[in-house]
Design a protein around this ligand. Sequence first.
Ligand code: GLU
Length: 548
Amino acid sequence: MNNIEQSDLLFPHITTLPKDYESLFPPRGLPTGAKVTRLGPSPTGFIHLGNLYVAFVNERLAHQSGGLFYLRIEDTDQKREVEGAIDAIISSLNYFGVVFDEGATVDEEIGKYGPYYQSRRAHIYQCYVKELIRRGLAYPCFCTEEELETIREEQEAKKENPGYYGSWAKCRNLSSEEVQKRIEAGKPFVIRLRSHGDLKRTFQINDGIRGLLTMPENNQDVILLKQNGIPTYHFAHVVDDHLMGTTHVVRGEEWLSSLPIHVALFETMGWPMPTYCHTTVLMKMEGETKRKLSKRKDPELSLDYYQSQGYHPVAVREYLMTILNSNYEEWRAANPENPISDFPFSTDKMSSSGTLFDLDKLNDISKEVLARLEDEELYRFLLEWAESYRRNLVSLFLEQKETMLHILSMDRHGEKPRKDLIYCSQIFEFISYFFDDYYKVQDDYPAEVDYNDLKPILTRYLSTFDPTDDRTQWFTKIRELSTQLGYAAKPKDYKKNPDLYKGHVGHVSTVIRIALMGRASSPDLWEIQQIMGELKTRDRITKAIGLL
Ligand code: GLU
């Protein structure tokens, strides 16, 4: 039995030839320099910051060059597939502003180079595998798990490199009669690459991020097709990136070690290789040491974290750009209003050692981004967040729209806008004292104020309170009240002569603030009362008095 007969015996149902696919998926004919990139997430149910980081690089490279960015779902590992994961991937990427020109969508596929779900491409992979068998470049392997285990043990005992290669590759040289016998007996098989590589030889490759790399050749007869006829990642991505016209493969560092396999596969297929760009791992500081962000230890690795906390997508995007390109921050400072797409993104400016992820820095950026939003935009953003993550707040937000707009406008306009709003759950926590159902006393009354003075302060405040007072009239009353009870009307008087006073007007105001809002720091007290209205103000103070 020759190779052609063997390939027919192994894949009788495959009647297409590679040339059929080559003509079905011709080169894209884009202008020179236009990059075609893709994101190839696996639907394992965990979409993380690394995916987004890689997505941004891919998106920038493609769109900046007048090229194209597509989404391919790499669902060849059915065991790891989680229900609903594909929708989650797409909607999550969408949330962060990652827009694809082509590829998988939730219910259909867009583009002429599909299918874009690997699980729908089995016939294509099998066609190419069949061709490799025809050409003697791949072969069926019938080894069972137990046989492979025995090989592993022997290799370990002899201190040889592990794997299926050279003389360890038992099925590599099976006679064609033996192959035929096993196939006809219905023995399950995988298809392996017949490697011609040698570990002692090296090759060089230019990584788009890391520059020139020298690596040993691949000598493993790696599996191309699993027993179920579904390809491994190695083979699937090579076939897909070829047929889909990918020019740049941007992917995580974890794939760097299998690059020799991928280079060997492109060479075996006789196809030009895309430019591989391996990003670095995201690290965080733990005390004095840097470590990899971990799924188990760091909730902030998951994209869901940012969505459920209500981080604004622009803030996350801005932040990721600062860690993606070392000159981004400088550019942003010089171009505060420009869209990110104006920034000349470059893989040369990407770090090739670990990238440090710093949540505090993200929070700082978020404060800046939110400070620039209009009140109405911020309100809408909070409402959308509540609709997805805090359904119980939706009716409150809708009913209290005017109040919320008023609250959100406080101190955010003018010369020095406040920059303490970071993400929705924090913002809600920040303003929750306005709403009776969420109001709680968090802080203690100031230590400078004698306990016995609390009641008199609040009672007098209540009796002089007039909601029509302007800010000056209102504050004059608090000063008078302070003096009457032995507190300095001005902090500086108290600082000069602390023995003359019990405390100062600031301490007295804090008592009122705590009674009203349950916390010692807040935006302008007078303005808050204007928003709360007379009834609620009186009610809160009265209740606070009742608790003393
Ligand atoms: N499916 C691979 C992963 O999820 C994608 C790697 C690639 O982009 O080639 O890691």
